[in-house]
Design a protein around this ligand. Structure first.
Ligand SMILES: C[S@@+](CC[C@H](N)C(=O)[O-])C[C@H]1O[C@@H](n2cnc3c(N)ncnc32)[C@H](O)[C@@H]1O
Length: 275
């Protein structure tokens, strides 16, 4: 563990399409915010870049822009740098550093900043340092994407996570803990324990974990400080830094007709006809 985060196993290597500048621009444009121009030089940074798949793919798509990735796990940064080198990219910079150690000249002013799988998974001091750094570097009109465990969706999952966290010995590595925790959850689910009967969404969540790489579960469930936030808490923290909520990266959630049941469309301010 380091800063409360699992560091004994590497994260899975995946591409995250919602981190793409065009996708972030679209989410903002849905709600009337001006997109960042992409046909001129711009800067993009992934705080917690993991193996750098997303950063490298995007760097290849936008050779006239500069892509930065920060991660405190050596193995991640090495993989990211190797990919960049093999791909012949000249517009990436990866840094092996904690968010708490970033210095003024480590990064330029940013057009885009992304932080996926970080806010809910690090300790309070790291979270503050991370947000402070990204907020101060965003250019006016710059776009920040944050991904976190959101309430109330996570309300039923938190006891499940606490159960496997406390039942699996901490002298095991995180992947071993994930494996043992998943076996325990599968047993409870298959036996139709009341907790699962009362929370059918958890049956689906466990079945999904059974299909996924255990390294994902290790990073998702075995960080010491795992927290879930209400949207209002995150919005408040960002507004205190002078940012405005510009939209949801899950695009259909920006469309009221699709995001909420029709019986709720007429609630004040949401009705199509009240515009
Ligand atoms: C869920 S992963 C993000 C994956 C990544 N964005 C991608 O595209 O694959 C979170 C990452 O944050 C990194 N991380 C966690 N705490 C950190 C800290 N204090 N400083 C720097 N990196 C950190 C982890 O090593 C991990 O790679």
């Amino acid at each position: 563990m380091s800063d409360g985060y699992v560091t004994d196993t590497a994260y899975v290597a995946e591409y995250y399409p919602d981190h793409a500048p065009a996708h972030m621009n679209l989410a903002c444009a849905f709600n009337g915010f001006r997109p960042r121009p992409l046909d001129e030089p711009f800067t993009w940074c992934d705080y917690g870049c993991g193996n750098g798949i997303t950063a490298n793919v995007l760097a290849a798509c936008y050779p006239h822009a500069q892509f930065y990735g920060i991660d405190f796990m050596n193995a991640h940064v090495r993989t990211a740098e190797t990919l960049s080198l093999r791909g012949g990219l000249e517009n990436t910079t990866f840094m092996c550093k904690s968010f708490t150690q970033l210095e003024e000249d480590d990064l330029p002013p940013l057009d885009f900043a992304v932080m996926h799988g970080v806010l809910s998974w690090v300790d309070e001091a790291t979270r503050s340092a991370l947000l402070e750094d990204a907020i101060k570097r965003l250019k006016p009109g710059g776009i920040l994407l944050t991904g976190y465990n959101a309430m109330p969706g996570w309300a039923a999952k938190l006891p499940m996570r606490d159960m496997i966290y406390s039942l699996t010995p901490d002298n095991m590595n995180s992947v071993e803990r994930a494996e043992a925790g998943l076996k325990w959850l599968t047993k409870l689910k298959d036996a139709e324990a009341k907790y699962f009967r009362d929370n059918p969404a958890l049956v689906e969540a466990v079945e999904q974990l059974e299909r996924l790489d255990l390294r994902y579960m290790a990073h998702e469930y075995f960080n010491e400080n795992l927290r879930a936030f209400h949207f209002a808490e995150v919005r408040q923290a960002l507004e205190q830094g002078g940012l405005k909520f510009a939209g949801c990266a899950t695009l259909f959630l920006n469309m009221v007709d699709l995001a909420v049941p029709s019986a709720l469309h007429s609630i004040a301010g949401w009705s199509k006809n009240s515009a």
